[in-house]
Design a protein around this ligand. Structure first.
Ligand SMILES: NC(=O)c1ccc[n+]([C@@H]2O[C@H](COP(=O)([O-])OP(=O)(O)OC[C@H]3O[C@@H](n4cnc5c(N)ncnc54)[C@H](O)[C@@H]3O)[C@@H](O)[C@H]2O)c1
Length: 435
C-alpha cells in the first residue's frame, strides 16, 4: 500500500467562522476553556474517540491524534464575520447558551474576537437587520473583499493555514441552476454580472476561501458548495470542501435510529418530526423561504436508509414530514418530537415516540471542532473536493448527483468511512472489521 504523506500540523491554524451567533460563540468559548483545562470538549470525536488500527494480535486502539497529525487546540486562532458588531464575549452572553461562570474565565480572549463586516444580502435572510455589513457593488466585489479579509487575518495572526466554516443563518433556498452553477466559468460570470438571484453570499465566502487556499465547510443547509462550479474550483485549488448542515439533534437520532427499522426488516408508514426552538436560528427559520432550505436537507436523511426500491413491501410511500416552530421561551433548548409509525408481522401497526430535549449549540460545538480539525488534516494530506468521510457530522452529505451518486446517511456506515479515512491518512489499511 502506498503511504499517504501528510504534512505536519506546524504553526498556527486560523479558524474563520462565518456568523458569530449561538453556535460559533459556544464553539469558541468551549475551545478556549478546554485549552485552559477549565472545561471538557465532550462530544468531540477528535478529542475522545479511539479507533482500532491493525488486526489480530497487532491491533491497538488509538486516539485520532495518535494516528494522524492534528492541529493542537493551543495553536488555533479564531476570527469571524457577522452582520451584528457584537464581539464573541457579548455574543456568548447574549445567546444565553452558556452560564456566565463558563464564559468569564476566557472573557479577555473572547473580547478580542471582533467580527469583520459581513458579506450579506438582506433578501437572503430578511429577519436579520444588523449593520455590520460590507458595501459591495457586485457579488464579485464581495468575493474580493472576503479574500482581502482572509489574507489580512492570516498575516496579522501569523497563521500557517486557514479553515473557513459557515455557521451563519440559513439562507433562502437557492435551487441548482445548471446554467449558472454548472461550471466555474458560468459562476464567475454570474458573480461579475451581479446575478444576486443565483449567487448567494455564502457562495462568495466559499469561493474566496478556496481561492485563498482554505478548506470550506458548510454548516447550514445552504446549497453553496453543492454545485459543480464549486467542485471544479476545489479541484483547481486542491482544497477540501464539506457539507452540509451540522448533524446535531433530531437528524442524528434519525440516522442512528432508522437503521434499527431497516436492519430488522420492519415496515415504515410514516415519520413525523417536529421541533420547537426559540433562538435566532429559529427566528430565521420561521421564514418559509429559509425553512424550505432546512426542510430539503432534513428530509433527505431517510431516503437512502429506508429505500422503497429495495424493499417495496416495507418502504413504499411512507409519509415523512419535518416541522420547525419558532417558540421564543425555549431559546437554544430545542425540543424535538418524533412519531414513527411502523408495521410488523402481517402488517400490524405499532408506534415509536422519541422526545429529545436537547441543547442545539451544545450539540453543534463539537462538530465544528471536528470538522475544522479534520478538514485541515485533509488539506495537509492532499485530499481535495468533496470530503465524504466527513458525512458522519452532516445532515445532508455532499455527493455527486450528476453521476447519480447516492449519499450515505446511515450513521454507522458513515462511521466506518470516517474511521477508514483516518486509518489511511495514518498509514494503516482500511478495513471493515466490526468493533
Ligand atoms: N445548532 C444546531 O443544532 C444547528 C444544527 C445544524 C445547523 N445549524 C445551522 O448553523 C447556523 C448557525 O446557528 P446559530 O444557532 O448559531 O444561529 P444564530 O442566529 O445564533 O447565528 C447566526 C449568525 O450568523 C449571522 N449571519 C447571517 N448571515 C450572515 C452573513 N452572510 N455573513 C456573516 N454573518 C451572517 C447572523 O447575524 C447571526 O449572528 C444556522 O444556519 C443553523 O441552521 C445549527
Amino acid at each position: 500500500m502506498e503511504k499517504i504523506s501528510v504534512r505536519p500540523a506546524t504553526g498556527k491554524l486560523g479558524v474563520l467562522c462565518v456568523g458569530l451567533g449561538a453556535v460559533t460563540s459556544t464553539f469558541i468559548t468551549g475551545v478556549l476553556m478546554a485549552r485552559k483545562g477549565l472545561a471538557k470538549p465532550v462530544g468531540s470525536m477528535t478529542q475522545y474517540d479511539k479507533i482500532r488500527v491493525g488486526k489480530g494480535v497487532k491491533k491497538q486502539y488509538k486516539h485520532y491524534g495518535e494516528i494522524v497529525p492534528l492541529a493542537d487546540l493551543k495553536n488555533i486562532v479564531f476570527g469571524a464575520w457577522d452582520v451584528f458588531p457584537a464581539n464573541a464575549y457579548e455574543s456568548a452572553i447574549n445567546c444565553e447558551v452558556l452560564k456566565e461562570k463558563d464564559i468569564n474565565p476566557v472573557k479577555d480572549e473572547l473580547e478580542q474576537i471582533v467580527p469583520m463586516k459581513a458579506a450579506f444580502d438582506h433578501n437572503y435572510a430578511n429577519r436579520l437587520d444588523g449593520n455590520n455589513v460590507k458595501d459591495c457593488k457586485t457579488r464579485w466585489d464581495m468575493v474580493l473583499q472576503i479574500r482581502e479579509d482572509i489574507k489580512s487575518f492570516k498575516e496579522k495572526n501569523n497563521c500557517d493555514r486557514i479553515v473557513v466554516i459557515w455557521a451563519a443563518s440559513t439562507e433562502i433556498y437557492v435551487p441548482v441552476n445548471e446554467e449558472v452553477h454548472g461550471s466555474l466559468k458560468a459562476l464567475e460570470n454570474a458573480m461579475k454580472s451581479n446575478d444576486t438571484k443565483n449567487v448567494a453570499p455564502s457562495m462568495c465566502y466559499a469561493y474566496a476561501a478556496l481561492t485563498e487556499g482554505a478548506p470550506f465547510i458548510m454548516g447550514a443547509p445552504n446549497t453553496t458548495v453543492d454545485i459543480p462550479a464549486m467542485w471544479e474550483l476545489a479541484e483547481i485549488t486542491k482544497m477540501p470542501i464539506a457539507g452540509k448542515d451540522f448533524k446535531t439533534g433530531q437528524t442524528l437520532v434519525k440516522s442512528g435510529f432508522a437503521p434499527i427499522i431497516g436492519t430488522r426488516c420492519l415496515g415504515l408508514s410514516g415519520w413525523f418530526s417536529t421541533n420547537i426552538l426559540g433562538n435566532r436560528d429559529g427566528l430565521v427559520l420561521d421564514e418559509p423561504a429559509n425553512f424550505h432550505t432546512k426542510e430539503v436537507s432534513k428530509l433527505s436523511t431517510l431516503e437512502s436508509i429506508l429505500v422503497p426500491e429495495d424493499q417495496p413491501d416495507l418502504y413504499t410511500d411512507y409519509y415523512h414530514k419535518v416541522r420547525i416552530n419558532y417558540y421564543p421561551p425555549r431559546n437554544d433548548n430545542k425540543e424535538g418530537w418524533d412519531n414513527i409509525d411502523i408495521f410488523g408481522w402481517m402488517g400490524y401497526p405499532m408506534q415509536i415516540k422519541i422526545n429529545f430535549l436537547c441543547r442545539d449549540s451544545i450539540l453543534a460545538a463539537p462538530l465544528l471542532l471536528d470538522l475544522v480539525l479534520l478538514s485541515d488534516l485533509a488539506a495537509r494530506a492532499g485530499r481535495f473536493g468533496i470530503q465524504r468521510f466527513l458525512s458522519f457530522f452532516l445532515k445532508s452529505p455532499m455527493h455527486d448527483y450528476t453521476e447519480n451518486e447516492v449519499p450515505i446517511n446511515h450513521l454507522f456506515q458513515q462511521y466506518v468511512i470516517l474511521k477508514n479515512a483516518i486509518r489511511e491518512m495514518g498509514g494503516y489499511e482500511a478495513d471493515e472489521e466490526i468493533d
